[in-house]
Design a protein around this ligand. Structure first.
Ligand code: ZN
Length: 279
């Protein structure tokens, strides 16, 4: 299934994409896609709905994040070899982990607002996943059972705040709107293998990133297991898994950063597309 939420900011309703690619409204049956809807039992119940009998969502309706009520937004850094190299880092021996503010979450096509005076806004296309069932000290072979589904993410970053302001990366990753998620959550019944998803991002028509999740250093199962050794992952938590090479910071001889008016377009095959105008 491809689950989504549609409507104005703060008033989104649940929906799903049907087999013909039409957006269907599910608000007659489900109040919202809160974390408890990510359990295998609830997802099975959703499977039983005949989507073609549900109302169509009007064309042009805004999409929000595909899930509401997320309690933790976790990110992995430097998880592709060539991205680690372009960033001037060694290949990490263990996953690099940071968090993004929950208030950075945004719909897949919402505008991205750079903070005042920002000269170093950057893009990072990533595979995201949503936790389905509580995960604590999970072994790698059992890890994917705790995942409800996968989504496209842009880990928008402000490099000066990330690198030059002392301390943690989260500063440059947490501005409002710096976490576009969606357009939909592809549940694991439809996408069993997260390690073969194409990722392509362009800025104002110029392709900047083109890779595949097959190139990840730590695959999703290892990330779930690793995180669960030192933190409890809760249903509805969103984890984004690192970006491949081609970010603005890595462009030689000089970095290229986002300008107001730029448009970021992202494509991740079965996970859908995003489009964000920079303001
Ligand atoms: Zn990232």
């Amino acid at each position: 299934m491809k689950l989504l939420r549609h409507g104005p900011v703060g008033a989104e309703k649940p929906g799903a994409l049907d087999a013909d690619g039409q957006l269907r409204d599910l608000s007659l049956l489900v109040a919202d896609f809160t974390p408890e809807w990510m359990s295998p039992e609830k997802l099975d119940a959703l499977q039983a709905i005949d989507l073609r009998k549900m109302p169509l969502v009007p064309a042009g309706t805004r999409l929000g994040t595909p899930i509401s009520g997320t309690r933790q937004f976790v990110a992995i850094g430097l998880n592709y070899r060539r991205h680690a190299a372009e960033s001037g880092h060694e290949i990490p021996k263990e996953p690099v982990v940071f968090t993004k503010a929950l208030t950075s979450l945004a719909g897949p096509n919402d505008m991205v607002e750079l903070p005042e005076g920002s000269l170093a806004g950057d893009w990072e296309i990533e595979l995201g996943f949503v936790i389905g069932t509580l995960a604590r000290k999970v072994a790698v072979p059992d890890a994917l059972k705790h995942v409800a589904g996968y989504c496209l993410a842009n880990d928008v970053s402000e490099r000066d705040w990330q690198i030059k302001r002392n301390g943690q990366w989260g500063k440059g990753k947490s501005f409002d709107g710096f976490g576009p998620i969606g357009p939909w959550l592809v549940t694991t019944d439809e996408l069993a293998d997260p390690q073969n998803i194409p990722l392509e991002l362009a800025v104002s028509g110029i392709t900047r990133q083109k890779s595949n999740t097959a190139d990840m250093i730590f695959p999703v199962a290892e990330i779930v297991s690793y995180l669960s050794q030192f933190m409890t992952l809760l249903p509805g938590d969103i984890v984004i898994t690192g970006t491949p090479e081609g970010v603005g910071l890595g462009i030689k001889p000089e970095p290229v950063f986002l300008k107001r008016g730029d448009v970021m377009t992202l494509n991740a095959g079965p996970l859908g597309t995003q489009r964000q105008q920079v303001v």
